[in-house]
Design a protein around this ligand. Structure first.
Ligand code: ADP
Length: 473
């Protein structure tokens, strides 16, 4: 697999090589152009100086300009002309035959080179002063062909001035190399820096990838230490939160599963224990038989209740996102529930004080009935005998509020939030846990969350007030 780091390295390396090549080409062009301009300007100066010298020579030797001829251009004259310009000078007749030569600079150029007529010689015939830059036998030569006229239109020959620029060229090449090396080092340094900066940016991403792989294999990694507050920092924080949530969810699911197994095992063990005794040969204790059958029935009911609750929960979790909402009359639901539960209310001699307004809210009727039924059931189940149960509904801004206040079983403060978790029960003398499985409030909480509301309990010694807020729309 091509990792991000390798991909990045390849891209960066390619950019680096291409940039170096491009830079070298540009530098070559630039230096060549500069060098050519340098020769051109130098040759221009040489041209002016030698022209001036020629004028002087003609004047000093009293040569008549109109009758000047090829024989006047002897070695002596050419030497005079090129005296101060450090070049070679060759005078050709119009057919390209050498008439005279002069060498002024210390470096003597191969005579064969001098014999070669430059391309500019032909151009010079057309009344043009032309420059050739030639590279011959490792030397760089500037050759300037100057046509010489009598009476402005009669060409008598061509003076070719040759200068060796090899030393300048070598100097030029050396500077070019130095610049190239400096730029190469600079480029390399920049690219190494970019690579390391990028590696540092990629590092947490690679770490995240490894941690995600761990999660996918079912292990929960340690939190990733977050040192930055940029996008990567946000990513790490989100990852840590996600990892924590998945871990909690996983643990919660495992614990629910353990609890379910435990809750089913206990009544099953009891039922099978009693059944075995009843099945023994010669067993004829009628009273034990009656008690045993009652236990078997009550344990079966408990199991039945548990299975119903579990079915509710599983149905609820798949329904939660697709609750079909409708206008629900809360007053009707609560009043119906109270009348259904009336026998139990009478049994404990409880006094229901209800203040229920005719509230219509947008919700799921079936689940809202389950919610209020659970809360009223708990109220009846955990109230002391001969006490009041206050049920109230009211409107608070865009919320509908339901509350049920009872006096009875004490809920310790540390259970305030816990009681909404599955299988959490508070044990207290005087209250049987026979028909209790610790799932009622968990179901209530899920229903409330499914309606985008909230549920809480306010505790005051043996008084508990369960409050539900539901959005009206
Ligand atoms: P269950 O009633 O089946 O035990 P719940 O989830 O409905 O399960 O309730 C969890 C625990 O919260 C109960 O065991 C009980 O201790 C406590 N509880 C619930 N409602 C009340 C109430 N109205 N008054 C006192 N305690 C309550």
């Amino acid at each position: 697999m091509l990792t991000i780091r390798k991909k990045y390295g390849i891209v960066l390396g390619t950019i680096f090589i291409l940039s170096v090549i491009a830079f070298n080409l540009i530098m070559d062009k630039f230096f060549d152009k500069e060098f050519e301009d340098f020769i051109r300007n130098d040759m221009k100066d040489i041209y002016y100086i030698s022209s001036k010298n020629l004028e002087d020579y003609i004047a000093l030797n009293s040569i008549e300009k109109s009758s000047i001829n090829i024989n006047d251009f002897d070695n002596k004259m050419i030497r005079f002309v090129i005296e101060r310009v450090n070049t070679q000078g060759i005078f050709y007749d119009i057919n390209g035959n050498i008439i005279s030569t002069a060498i002024t600079n210390e470096k003597v150029i191969d005579l064969n080179i001098l014999k070669d007529l430059p391309p500019s010689f032909e151009e010079a015939k057309n009344n043009k002063t032309m420059l050739d830059i030639e590279s011959k036998n490792g030397s760089i030569l500037g050759k300037l062909s100057v046509p010489i006229y009598r009476n402005y239109n009669e060409q008598i020959g061509t003076l070719v001035l040759i200068k060796d620029y090899s030393d300048n060229y070598i100097r030029n090449i050396n500077i070019k190399r130095l610049v190239n090396i400096i730029v190469l080092i600079l480029f390399l340094a920049i690219f190494i820096c970019i690579y390391f900066i990028a590696s540092n940016i990629i590092k947490p991403i690679i770490l995240l990838k490894n941690k995600l792989l761990e999660i996918s294999t079912g292990t929960y990694p340690e939190k990733i230490e977050n040192k930055s507050n940029d996008e990567i920092g946000v990513l790490i924080d989100s990852f840590n939160n996600m990892s924590e949530r998945i871990k909690n969810k996983d643990e919660k699911e495992k614990s629910i599963f353990r609890n379910i197994t435990h809750e089913l095992k206990t009544p099953l063990t009891n039922i099978s224990g009693y059944a075995q005794i009843l099945n023994e040969d010669g067993f004829n204790d009628d009273e034990f038989k009656r008690n045993a059958l009652n236990r078997i029935i009550s344990e079966s009911n408990r199991m039945h209740e548990l299975v119903i609750s579990l079915l509710d929960i599983s149905k609820q979790s798949s329904d939660l996102k697709e609750y079909s909402f409708e206008a629900v009359n809360i007053k009707n639901i609560i009043e119906d529930l109270i009348s259904i539960k009336y026998p139990k209310i009478i049994e404990k001699n409880l006094n229901i004080i209800s203040k229920i307004n005719k509230e219509i809210i947008n919700g799921n009727k079936q689940y809202l009935t389950m919610l209020f039924s659970n809360l009223i059931d708990n109220g009846i189940k955990y109230s002391y005998e001969n006490t009041d149960i206050k049920i109230e509904t009211k409107e608070i801004e865009e919320y509908f509020q339901f509350s049920i206040l009872t006096k009875g079983k004490r809920i310790p403060i540390e259970f305030k939030d816990k009681i909404f978790e599955p299988f959490v029960r508070v044990g207290e003398k005087g209250f049987s846990s026979k028909d209790s499985n610790g799932l009622g409030l968990y179901i209530c909480k899920n229903i409330v969350l499914g309606h985008r509301g909230n549920i809480e309990v306010v505790l005051n010694n043996d008084k508990s007030k369960f409050i539900v807020n539901l959005p009206k729309d």
